[in-house]
Design a protein. Structure first.
Length: 85
């Protein structure tokens, strides 16, 4: 069984959503608070097609996105450890 298939089976927080990069960055309710900071900086909602431009627009956006990614990855790793993997 592929990693992606196993991962999809194990992740039930947002079932039936597939927990992929787009879901985590733009939709996952676990990261609403962190995502709201990015939305505040962008003066509204960000869409996937606008995301790279937002990141590259300013150093502040770059730092906020880096912080968001770090927080998300830390929490996802912690959740994975808690599941006993």
């Amino acid at each position: 069984m592929s990693y992606e298939k196993r991962h999809k089976q194990l992740v039930s927080t947002c079932h039936p959503a597939v927990e992929d990069v787009e879901h985590v960055i733009f939709h996952c309710p676990r990261f609403t608070v962190e995502r709201d900071e990015l939305y505040r900086l962008s003066n509204g909602l960000l869409e996937p097609k606008e995301f790279v431009g937002f990141i590259l627009e300013s150093e502040r956006n770059w730092e906020a996105t880096s912080s968001f990614a770090s927080t998300v990855m830390t929490r996802l790793r912690s959740e994975e450890k808690a599941r006993g993997r």
